[in-house]
Design a protein around this ligand. Structure first.
Ligand code: IVH
Length: 692
């Protein structure tokens, strides 16, 4: 907070100018340079100063108006009633405080509420006359918007003609948004176009940072046929002015709008108590990643719409409604460097080293960049300001650069010509467009492989994680995965990490040896997966194990025989053959067997027709609380069901655990049913009839 009025004046001028600039970027150019949360922060600071120094409020302060004035390219529409904004709260205490204040003014201890998602799109006001859509306008500055009727007519969820009984003339308000899946497809298409442009030496097109910006850009196109090609939709949430009678509660108004043919969000609820509404807000918070549209919070509205006028408005925020904002999932920050690590199969994986930034409640200093192609498709350069996204437990991602903030010092990324770990010249795999370190003895690869070997789904060796793998390798105790079985107490005692102060083997050391001993009993699928052969994931390993029954048979099979297995293609087949041909790999397998690793496959019901889940193909995603994913898949198979690795048309259902990622979106897109953990447990116990 500024120490005196002089400082307050300077700071408020600075904030106003910054906010006006960002308003222009956001509302007029559809290319914001800061994330919404950072904008909110500037607004909050300005409001706090103006509260303490009201004499500094200027009539044109951004706190006194909503958004920016409309662009000249569309006709101006005067809103008959101003389009308001919403007050925000960020926690339950402030939500309760809002409720208490509203209840006091309402002169009752309690009042019923309606909860709605806060759709992250663009507010629109639509006018209907005699049941016909005649005008659609953006919010603009709240009083004057832009006439975008022609573009809105191309959105299929906006009815041209209404059904049932409707008022002679009225206005309805809602949010135009772009689906997440549609947004991803659109950005992917821009990425492809950029590849072609790069090849032709032309300037790349900017990606949209999120569905909201993409929706804004789409609605404000000059040519409605461009808008028509964009995946836009609209949810209605409010009755504006109305010539004619209408219901007097928000709940009934929404039902009535729905009867007329408008799309109202199906997840809205009516609540008698604030507790029940707060519970629903939590539910929304947990659901947000599963939805195919972005929400940035939930909105609570007093159900008694007849009382709204009396409740009144403070500034631009009505007292009868409140927005509960969720933590932002996108922020902007500086991309300091694009670094490269080496994966267990030798692939060079670029990742972003960022100036630390808090996103979705956690500090992010590194983020994935997928691969070199993706970096160029998105035109991400070292030194760029970038939009970083973190949703749930998903690894943070760099979404897009903010091109307008470049100052010419940014550097275009190039893959190193040598492996950053062992300096062997890298090899480019033309099919997969990936870059590899061909040196199987590369320390980085060996450490990763060792970590993978010890991981769940592979040998599941307790105590052999990332850190231990590194220590064992650095100390020269393990050079490759077979060496793991040569470890003894005496060898480990040579390293501080596994020794107590008295010089005896520590608990960590003991656990590691016990874990190694236990791992000798792992089934064939796990052992095969643990070898870290390129393209042999757990599912592939399982198919091969079930078909061949022994490690020797798999490693001796020619590529053609491997491909006879359903689900195994030429890339996998050739990769296995190439791996098995290398003498050092053969020696590793021999040593594993000699050490007592006994890869066997427990027979599984091969005649699925007999199982409870016969004929069903399930895909499991996210974290389940009652069992691991591998276990869940085992149980599906043991009941005669099939397990898919990705959602496709042939998937019967997607089982969704906590923090499910894009599979859920894909399922929604394809209309594949999704079931939660409790329904899954019932399914395992009672079969499909139980969950229908
Ligand atoms: S009610 C006074 N309901 O949030 C009533 N707004 O921060 C204002 N929004 O301008 C609108 N979902 O763009 C309302 N269910 C919902 C909403 C919603 C999203 C947006 C809308 C509004 C902004 C206010």
């Amino acid at each position: 907070m500024p120490a005196n009025q002089y400082e307050a004046r300077l700071r408020s001028e600075e904030l106003r100018s910054a906010i006006n600039y960002h308003n222009r970027k956001y509302y007029e150019e559809d290319s914001p340079e800061i994330a919404d949360a950072e904008y909110d922060e500037l607004m909050r600071e300005l409001r706090a100063i103006e509260r303490d120094y009201p004499e500094l409020i200027t009539p044109d302060s951004p706190t006194q108006k909503v958004g920016a004035a409309p662009l000249a390219t569309f006709d101006v529409v005067d809103h008959r009633e101003p389009m308001l904004s919403l007050g925000n709260v960020f926690n339950e205490d402030d939500l309760r405080a809002w409720y208490r204040r509203a209840a006091e003014r309402y002169d009752s201890e309690h009042f019923p509420l309606v909860s709605e998602p806060k759709i992250d799109g663009l507010a629109m006001a639509l006018v209907y006359e005699q049941g016909k859509f005649v005008q659609g306008a953006t919010r603009g500055d709240g009083r004057h918007g832009e006439n975008v009727t022609a573009n809105l007519r191309t959105i299929s969820s906006i009815p041209h003609l209404l059904k049932g009984r409707y008022p002679a003339r009225f206005e309805v308000r809602g949010e135009v948004y772009m689906t997440k899946s549609g947004f991803e497809a659109m950005n992917a298409a821009i990425g492809e176009e950029n590849e072609a442009r790069e090849a032709a030496g032309r300037k790349p097109l900017s990606l949209y940072a999120n569905p909201r910006n993409a929706a804004a850009g789409s609605v404000r196109q000059k040519d409605p046929s461009v808008t028509a090609g964009r995946p836009l939709a609209m949810f209605m949430y409010q009755l504006g002015w109305c010539e004619g009678t209408h219901p007097d509660t928000q709940w009934e108004i929404l039902a009535w709008l729905s009867d007329m043919g408008f799309t109202v969000n199906p997840e809205i609820r009516q609540h008698d108590t604030l507790d029940s509404a707060a519970e629903r807000i939590n539910w929304w918070g947990n659901q947000r990643e599963r939805l195919d549209y972005d929400i940035d919070g939930a909105v609570l509205k007093m159900d008694d719409a007849a009382a709204w006028a009396d409740m009144g408005v403070v500034g631009r925020e009505p007292r009868w409604a409140i927005a509960f904002k969720f933590p932002p999932q996108q922020r902007t920050t500086k991309l300091r460097q694009i670094a490269v690590n080496v994966g267990r199969t030798g692939s060079l994986n670029p990742f972003a080293v960022l100036e630390p930034v808090v996103v979705g409640g956690a500090t992010v200093s590194m983020a994935t960049l997928h691969n070199e192609g993706d970096i160029h498709r998105k035109d991400i350069r070292e030194g760029d300001t970038v939009v970083v996204q973190r949703a749930g437990e998903v690894i943070p991602q760099v979404v897009a650069p903010v091109v307008s903030l470049r100052d010419g010092t940014e550097r275009i990324f190039e893959m190193p010509a040598e492996c950053p770990s062992c300096h062997t010249p890298v090899v480019r795999d033309p099919d997969a467009a990936a870059v590899y370190c061909p040196n199987a003895a590369c320390p980085a690869q060996q450490i990763r492989l060792l970590e993978h070997f010890g991981s769940r789904g592979a040998m599941d060796i307790e105590g052999l994680g990332e850190k231990t793998a590194y220590t064992l390798f650095q100390r020269g105790l393990v050079g490759n995965i077979a060496d793991v079985y040569d470890l003894t107490a005496a060898k480990l005692q040579g390293a501080d990490e596994f020794t107590t102060k008295k010089g005896v083997l520590s608990k960590t050391g003991e656990n590691l040896l016990a874990g190694i001993e236990k791992s000798k009993q792992r089934p064939l699928t796990n052992v095969l997966f643990g070898l870290g052969i390129r393209h042999v994931g757990f599912e592939t390993a399982h198919l091969l194990a079930a078909h061949f029954g022994s490690l020797a048979a798999i490693l001796a099979a020619p590529a053609e025989s491997l491909q006879e297995v359903e689900g195994i293609g030429p890339v996998v087949g050739e990769s296995i053959v190439a791996w098995a041909h290398r003498p050092e790999n053969r020696s590793i397998v021999e040593r594993l067997i000699a050490a007592g690793v006994d890869p066997h496959e427990t027979p599984r019901p091969t005649a699925p027709a007999e199982g409870l889940l016969a004929g069903l193909t399930l895909v499991v995603t996210g974290t389940l609380s009652s069992m691991s994913r591998t276990e869940a898949e085992e149980r599906i198979r043991s009941l005669g069901g099939k397990v898919g690795s990705s959602v496709s048309k042939s998937t019967t259902a997607l089982v969704i655990g906590e923090n499910a990622g894009t599979k859920a979106t894909k399922a929604q897109q394809l209309g594949i049913r999704t079931i939660d953990e409790s329904a899954f447990l019932r399914l395992l116990e009672k079969g499909p009839a139980e969950i229908d």
